[in-house]
Design a binder for this molecule. Structure first.
Ligand code: CMC
Length: 394
């Protein structure tokens, strides 16, 4: 109709301008604020990178200290929020808990931001979101595991605290292994932003109506949950376990994928933008080998994953469609080796992605030319007809 152009799934529509993340999908390039992902992965930390994404520049020592202090000050949930956890059924998926709890945060304004505008309150809201996503994640895990809540320690860094809050037992501290801390910090960093993916565009869309950052971020969590997006890391492990249970080395499974049996997909493969290697996958694969070696874990699922990758990369079906491993293909194997249960994998993706969502929210909020997102459609329904009383309907 008229001049509306149909672009299913926004494959070719630029919906915004952004100065945060650059991707060249043909060349496999990913940069945050102009810094190559491989260099950040090697030299930076998740929290420093979060600052970079949100505020545009690498922090000075004082800025980093200020940001870390703000994260620490805002890491505890409002006491009354803890009662919400008891209302969820014990087997509730942690992603549903996460989206609900992040949304609930906006019902508990902090005294410090009570009278401030959204713009003035932004640094505190941003810190609350990044820090409390970790707190909510660990609380939901511990509740499902029947463990009492554990509190962050002021002297631990962000990722160390995540592991401490997840795994410490009553009266017993979790033994922090630097290699594990490094691997997890890297997973968070590599997930921190990825331009206009499904969840980030969702955040921007909600933000464009001038909704608050908690509402916008919780919408991002909902979008992330799907298996074609962030839920892929859980789906990869489920797929590898199934292949292992079937006694297959991966070849039967790949045949089914190629023949589209039950519309099966090789999870952790393919990307809308990358038509060559996903640079994050290369880094994660390397880290995966390191961590498993360090922890002395030999995982048959890693062998299956490697075999799948090797066969797929040499198979015409995958070559002709330019399907390569993406970030989720090996991340689950690392998380499993660390002892993180499968249903928490996408929650970890959300912890990592939060700075990207917050940075994109800020960009929308700061843009004087921002307009409410309001896509059009091509109408395919009935033309005008008249109402039939119910008694006349067959
Ligand atoms: N396994 C088998 N075939 C695939 C796969 C796959 N993983 N991905 C795409 N294809 C085929 C698809 O069937 C289609 O083939 P045909 O032309 O014969 O119909 C062709 O490749 C193009 O696929 P598409 O669905 O049009 O591609 P898309 O850009 O809409 O989808 C994707 C991108 C990531 C959703 C898709 O590749 C996929 O479903 N991958 C598996 C799920 C996954 O790993 N998702 C995580 C993405 S990375 C993390 C994140 O940012 O969320």
């Amino acid at each position: 109709t008229g001049c509306i152009t149909l672009d299913p799934g926004y494959g070719n529509t630029g919906a915004c301008k952004s100065a945060i993340t650059f991707i060249d999908g043909e060349k496999g390039i990913l940069q945050y604020r102009g810094y190559d992902i491989a260099e950040l992965a090697q030299k930076s930390t998740f929290i420093e990178t979060a600052y970079l994404l949100i505020y545009g520049e690498l922090p000075t020592p004082a800025e980093l200290q200020g940001f870390s202090d703000l994260l620490t000050e805002n890491q505890m949930l409002h006491q009354d929020m803890l009662q919400h956890f008891d209302a969820f059924p014990p087997k509730a998926h942690p992603m549903s808990i996460l989206s609900a709890m992040i949304h609930a945060s906006s019902a508990y304004p902090s005294m410090k931001t009570y009278r401030k505008s959204l713009k003035e309150a932004f640094p505190i809201h941003a810190a609350r979101l990044i820090s409390q996503t970790r707190t909510i994640a660990t609380c939901s895990y511990r509740k499902a595991a029947g463990l009492p809540p554990s509190y962050p320690k002021r002297d631990l860094k962000f990722t160390e605290n995540f592991l401490h809050m997840m795994f410490s037992l009553p009266g017993e501290d979790y033994d922090l292994n630097p290699e594990v801390v490094r691997a997890l910090d890297l997973i968070f960093l590599l997930h921190a932003d990825h331009e206009q993916n499904c969840s980030t565009s969702t955040v921007r869309m909600v933000a464009s109506s001038q909704a608050n950052v908690f509402a916008s971020a919780s919408a991002g969590v909902c979008a992330l949950w799907g298996p074609l997006h962030g839920g892929a890391n859980q789906a990869v492990l489920e797929m590898l376990e199934q292949i292992h249970r079937d006694g297959d080395d991966g070849s039967q499974f790949l045949d089914q994928v190629k023949n589209k049996v039950g519309n099966r997909r090789l999870m952790g493969f393919g990307h809308r933008v990358y038509k060559s290697f996903d640079p994050r996958a290369v880094i994660i694969k390397e880290q995966c080998d390191k961590v498993l070696q360090q922890l002395n874990v030999s995982d048959p699922l890693l062998d299956i994953a490697k075999k799948l990758e090797e066969v797929a990369l040499n198979d015409d079906y995958f070559i002709s469609r330019k399907l390569y491993p993406n970030v989720d293909f090996y991340s689950g194997i690392i998380m499993r080796a660390i002892g993180i249960p499968m249903n928490m994998f996408t929650v970890l993706f959300a912890i990592g992605r939060m700075p990207g969502w917050v940075a994109n929210y800020k960009e929308v909020m700061d843009d004087p030319e921002s307009r409410i997102s309001r896509p059009r459609q091509i109408y395919t329904g009935e033309t005008l007809r008249s109402y039939k009383p119910i008694t006349e309907r067959a």
